[in-house]
Design a protein around this ligand. Structure first.
Ligand SMILES: Nc1ncnc2c1ncn2[C@@H]1O[C@H](COP(=O)(O)OP(=O)(O)OP(=O)(O)O)[C@@H](O)[C@H]1O
Ligand SMILES: [Mn+2]
Length: 558
C-alpha cells in the first residue's frame, strides 16, 4: 500500500518536472525567435538565398575593404561580383582554419590593392587599348571547318524530321557515366545550358583560342576560381609536378603550385632547364598574350586552395597521396612523383593549409581534338655544354625559311610572334609548340607551358629574340600593337598591371612585382630597336597581314 502511494507520487513529480521543462523550452524558443528577428534586418523578400548573400557580403567586407572595389573593376558578370565572391569563398573555407596565415601584412596588402584598383578605375588603359582598331580588326567570316568543334546546327535535326536524329543530336553531350559527385547531365544544343569550359572548347577557331570579347571568358575564369574541387590526380607528361583537377559538370584544369616567393629571382647558376616553374608566370603569361592581342594561351586563373581538403583529402592517386607530410613548422606539404624536384627536399607546402596555385583551363581531350607537337627550330640544346645549330650559324634562318612549313603561309611570323612573347617574359623554355591537327598548317600556334617565364627581371635574354634577329621578319599587326604598347599613354607595364588585377590572387599580392613590370617596358623597347635595325638593312621586314584594310592603324608613323 505504502509502496503504491510512493510510486504514484514519484510519477506525479516526474510529470510536473516534464511539464516544467517543456514550458521552459517553449519560452526559450520564443525568446530566440524574437531576438533573431530583430538582429536580422529583414530584406524585401525573405528568401533564404538573399539571406545567405547578405551574410556572405558582410563576411567579406569584414575581411577586406578592397573586395567590393576589386569586384567592380573585374570582369563584369551580370549578378555576381567575381573577385568578391572568390574572396568570400576563400575567407569562408580557409580563414577559420588558417587564421595565422592571414596576418596584418596581408590585410594591409589587400587594402593597397584596393587603392590601385580604384586608381585604375578612373582611367582604364586596358579598356582604351582593347578599344583600339588594332584590337578589333575585321576578320573574314569563319566557315564550318574553321571551328575546332561544332555541334550540328539545330536545323539539321529538326529539318530531317527524323526522330532518331534529333535524339542523337540532343543527347550527344549526355554523360555516359554516373560517377559519384557528378550530376547526370543532358546538354543540349542550347549554348546557354553549356558549362563555361564547354563553351570555351566550342569557341576555339582556326585563328585563335578564344575571342577576347566573348562574355564566356569571364564566366570561365569565375568557374575555375570558385568551383568545388571534386577530384585530383597527378598529370603525366612534362618534367615538373602538375595536377589535374576536376570540377562539377566535367570541367578540368591544370594546376601548378606556388613553389617560391613571388619576387624570388632565378639563381644565376641554374640552367634554364633546371629552373622552377612559377604559378604566377602561368597567370601573367595568359594576361600578356591577351594584351598582345594573340589569344593563344588557355585562360589561367590564380586560386588559394586548401592543401588538406582540396588535395590530400580527395585524391585517389597513390603516387601523390603517399608523399604528404607535415613539416617541422607544422605546414601540410607534398611533393608527388616526377622527374625534377619531386622530393622531400623540394616540397610544396601550405601555410599551414592555404596554397596559391594557377589553374589553366584544359584544352579539349586529345581524342576529340588531336594536337601536333612541333620541335622549335630555335630550340635550345638542353645541354650544359653543347650549343644549338642556330647559335653557331648566322644564316640559320635562310635554311628555316626554305623548310616547310616555314616556307609557306604564316608559320614563320607565328614563330616570331612567339619569340616576341617569350622575350618579353624571358621564357627560354620553348622547346616545342603545338597546333590543332584539324587545322593543318594554316592555324595559330598554342603557347602552352609558360611556367619558366618571369624568372629574372634584372637581366634580359637577347638569344630569345634570335628568330626575329636572324629572320628580320615580323607581322605588321604585331609590330603596330607593340608600338601602341610603347606609347607613354598606354605603356605595356601599366596595362599588364591593370589586367593582372583581374586575377583573384592579386588580392593577396601583385602577381608581378614592379621590377618585372618595368622589365616589360625595357624589353619592348629592345624589340622595337631590333625591328628598326632590320628595316635599315632589309626591305621585306614587314609581313603585311593588314593588306586590304583601308584604315591607317599605325600609332607612330615611321
Ligand atoms: N591547358 C592545357 N590543356 C591541355 N593540355 C595541356 C595544357 N597545358 C599543357 N598541356 C599539356 O601538358 C603537357 C605538359 O605540360 P607543361 O608543358 O606545362 O609541363 P612541363 O612539366 O612544364 O613540361 P616540360 O617539362 O616538358 O616543359 C604539355 O606538353 C601539353 O601537351
Ligand atoms: Mn615546362
Amino acid at each position: 500500500m505504502i509502496r503504491q502511494i510512493r510510486g504514484r507520487s514519484t510519477r506525479s513529480i516526474y510529470l510536473v518536472l516534464a511539464c516544467l521543462s517543456l514550458a521552459l523550452h517553449l519560452l526559450l524558443a520564443f525568446f530566440c525567435l524574437t531576438v533573431l528577428q530583430t538582429a536580422c534586418v529583414p530584406p524585401a523578400s525573405s528568401s533564404s538565398s538573399v539571406g545567405r548573400a547578405d551574410t556572405l557580403q558582410r563576411q567579406s567586407s569584414s575581411h577586406s575593404s578592397s573586395s567590393s572595389s576589386a569586384a567592380s573593376s573585374s570582369h563584369k558578370l551580370p549578378t555576381i561580383p567575381q573577385n568578391a565572391k572568390h574572396l568570400q569563398l576563400t575567407a569562408k573555407e580557409l580563414l577559420p582554419k588558417d587564421k595565422d596565415s592571414y596576418n596584418d601584412a596581408t590585410e594591409k596588402k589587400l587594402i593597397q590593392v584596393g587603392k590601385v584598383i580604384q586608381k585604375v578605375k578612373g582611367h582604364s588603359k586596358l579598356e582604351a587599348l582593347f578599344k583600339h582598331p588594332l584590337y578589333n580588326l575585321p576578320r573574314p567570316e569563319l566557315q564550318e571547318d574553321d571551328w575546332l568543334l561544332r555541334v550540328k546546327p539545330t536545323t539539321h535535326a529538326k529539318d530531317s524530321g527524323n526522330e532518331e536524329d534529333s535524339i542523337n543530336y540532343d543527347s550527344q553531350w549526355e554523360s555516359g557515366s554516373q560517377e559519384e559527385g557528378y550530376d547526370k547531365l543532358n546538354w543540349t544544343s542550347d549554348v546557354e545550358t553549356h558549362p563555361p569550359w564547354l563553351r570555351f572548347h566550342l569557341g576555339i577557331s582556326r585563328w585563335e583560342l578564344y575571342d577576347r570579347k566573348d562574355p564566356n571568358l569571364a564566366k570561365l575564369s569565375h568557374y575555375l576560381a570558385t568551383q568545388r574541387i571534386l577530384g585530383v590526380v597527378q598529370k603525366t607528361g612534362g618534367t615538373q609536378l602538375k595536377l589535374l583537377m576536376s570540377f562539377p559538370n566535367y570541367g578540368q584544369a591544370l594546376l601548378k603550385p606556388m613553389k617560391q616567393a613571388r619576387d624570388a629571382e632565378t639563381d644565376v647558376n641554374l640552367f634554364y632547364f633546371s629552373d622552377f616553374e612559377r604559378h604566377n608566370a602561368e597567370i601573367a603569361a595568359f594576361h600578356l598574350d591577351r594584351v598582345l592581342g594573340f589569344n593563344r594561351i588557355p585562360p589561367v586563373v590564380g586560386r588559394l586552395i586548401n592543401v588538406t581538403t582540396d588535395i590530400k583529402g580527395i585524391t585517389t592517386d597513390h603516387r601523390l597521396s603517399r608523399t604528404f607530410f607535415t613539416s617541422p613548422a607544422g605546414n601540410v606539404c607534398f611533393y608527388g612523383q616526377c622527374e625534377y624536384y619531386c622530393s622531400s627536399e623540394h616540397p610544396v607546402c601550405g601555410t599551414p593549409h592555404a596554397l596559391e596555385v594557377s589553374l589553366a583551363a584544359m584544352l579539349p581531350d586529345l581524342t576529340l581534338a588531336p594536337r601536333r607537337s612541333w620541335r622549335s627550330p630555335w630550340r635550345r640544346s638542353y645541354s650544359r655544354t653543347k650549343l644549338a645549330k642556330w647559335e653557331k650559324d648566322p644564316n640559320y634562318c635562310d635554311t628555316v625559311k626554305q623548310t616547310p612549313p616555314y616556307s609557306h603561309g604564316t608559320r614563320l611570323v607565328d614563330l616570331i610572334d612567339m619569340a616576341v612573347l617569350d622575350f618579353l617574359m624571358s621564357n627560354m623554355d620553348r622547346h616545342h609548340y603545338e597546333t590543332f591537327e584539324k587545322f593543318g598548317n594554316e592555324t595559330f600556334l598554342l603557347h602552352l607551358d609558360n611556367g619558366r617565364a618571369f624568372g629574372r627581371h634584372s637581366q634580359d635574354e637577347p638569344s630569345i629574340l634570335a628568330p626575329l634577329k636572324q629572320c628580320c621578319r615580323i607581322r605588321r599587326s604585331t609590330l603596330l600593337r607593340l608600338r601602341l604598347l610603347s606609347l607613354q599613354g598606354l605603356r605595356l607595364s601599366d596595362v599588364m598591371q591593370e589586367s593582372l588585377l583581374q586575377d583573384p590572387l592579386a588580392q593577396v599580392a601583385p602577381l608581378l612585382s614592379e621590377a618585372h613590370l618595368s622589365a616589360l617596358d625595357r624589353r619592348l623597347a629592345t624589340i622595337l630597336q631590333v625591328v628598326q635595325t632590320c628595316q635599315k638593312m632589309h626591305a621585306d621586314v614587314i609581313y603585311n597581314d593588314l593588306e586590304g584594310y583601308e584604315q591607317d592603324y599605325d600609332p607612330q608613323p615611321h
